[in-house]
Design a protein around this ligand. Structure first.
Ligand SMILES: [Zn+2]
Length: 390
């Protein structure tokens, strides 16, 4: 099936109000448009006006699967001197999202991208100015259904971590095998010996009848509740960075860290046998074992430190606040990123014993209230000073 391109005329001629679907390609891609019915001529006012509708649609689309989405805005620019008019479109690249994503933040980034594209166009100095903003298009592509199923070979950089057990199953039950891998004592843990796994299932006492195979993420909570266990689930984003997909409320005595790997067709669960090794290379080049927060990947050293949290005690104190935050991986700037200046010589830093922050205030009254209103001249006197003595 060949995909047809929706023209601007089609986007504009529909009489529907709000965010409406204009195109569907198979089951995996939908295109929605929203018109600038209030005739905003400021991009941010228009974007803020449609933001809630976009977030609602994105959240609905993420219920069963992860998605990639992009924005596309159609506008008309004119050259005042020559009265020339031209249609222009600015668009963003695809962004990966799942139901735990912060859509407000993702949209802000996309709006910034659209604005910077416009700025680049205007900076060329050809005398164009914005005449109308016509329509915003949201295209959503379903990446894959978030259900773990049959075996997928992991990429080399994931294998090199030596932190994951990936059972070579030929059915849809990889969730079950990855859970049972925690109890596997064999030397070759990737080989699927069904008799052996049946024995492990019996020995573990876990009930797998309460879930479907392939297993959707939405059934994690049910499995946890029925078996009195806890599960954390991690995946990779489009930059191959690990991010938390599902994190349990409280880690139980029987706890499982799982990895959900996706390719274009399917998803596959694996068992994370060593969490520190699994995440460490993403956080530091240091080879020593780190204590890591499983929600936000903040790391804690093992050596006592007066200026920051450290050790297991530090992690517990951190977790108390971390639980209040939305699930996610803090994105830090990267080396070579020109937008940031960064400090490398930590060896030259010194602890200082005391820091004082002081604020200085005073109250002003107008000398002659009537005159003050009429003129902008300075006609105030200081009435009261508040000083601080150190
Ligand atoms: Zn944390």
């Amino acid at each position: 099936m060949k995909r047809k391109t929706v023209t601007k005329r089609q986007r504009m001629t529909s009489s529907d109000e709000g965010l409406f679907e204009i195109e569907r390609f198979k089951k995996c891609s939908k295109t929605f448009v929203i018109k600038n019915t209030l005739d905003f001529i400021d991009y941010m006012l228009f974007f803020n006006d449609v933001r809630d509708k976009l977030i609602l649609k994105l959240k609905q689309s993420c219920l069963q699967s992860s998605i990639k989405f992009n924005l596309h805005v159609d506008s008309v620019y004119e050259r005042i001197i020559t009265q020339e008019v031209q249609d222009l479109a600015f668009k963003t690249s695809n962004t990966l999202a799942c139901n735990s994503s912060d859509f407000n933040k993702l949209l802000n980034r996309m709006f910034d991208k659209l604005l910077s594209e416009q700025d680049q166009f205007l900076a060329k100095g050809s005398g164009w100015s914005l005449k109308t903003i016509d329509v915003l298009q949201l295209r959503i592509n379903i990446v894959n259904p978030l259900r773990g199923g049959t075996y997928i070979d992991l990429p080399e950089f994931m294998k090199d971590k030596k932190a994951i057990i990936n059972v070579k199953n030929n059915d849809d039950k990889c969730f079950k095998y990855s859970i049972l891998s925690k109890f596997d004592n064999r030397s070759n843990k990737t080989y699927l010996n069904k008799k052996y796994f049946k024995m492990l299932e019996k020995k573990s006492g876990l009930d797998f009848k309460c879930i479907d195979f392939p297993t959707p993420i939405s059934q994690m909570k049910k499995f946890e509740r029925v078996n009195d266990v806890s599960i954390n689930l991690y995946s990779l984003n489009d930059k191959d960075h690990i991010f938390p997909l599902y994190i349990c409320d409280i880690e139980k005595k029987k706890h499982f860290d799982l990895f959900l790997f996706n390719n274009d067709e399917t998803s596959h669960y694996c068992y994370i046998k060593n969490f520190s090794r699994f995440v460490r290379s993403q956080k530091t080049k240091n080879c020593s074992k780190l204590i890591i927060c499983k929600r936000c990947f903040t790391t804690f050293g093992n050596n006592p430190c007066k200026s920051k949290l450290w050790g297991m005690k530090g992690l517990i104190e951190h977790q108390h606040n971390c639980r209040k935050n939305q699930l996610g991986r803090p994105i830090m700037f990267e080396e070579g990123d020109d937008e940031f200046i960064y400090f490398k010589n930590y060896k030259n830093t010194k602890r200082i014993p005391i820091v004082i922050y002081a604020d200085f205030e005073c109250i002003l009254t107008p000398k002659k209230p009537d005159e003050y209103i009429q003129s902008c001249e300075k006609k105030k006197k200081h009435m009261l000073h508040i000083c601080m003595k150190l």
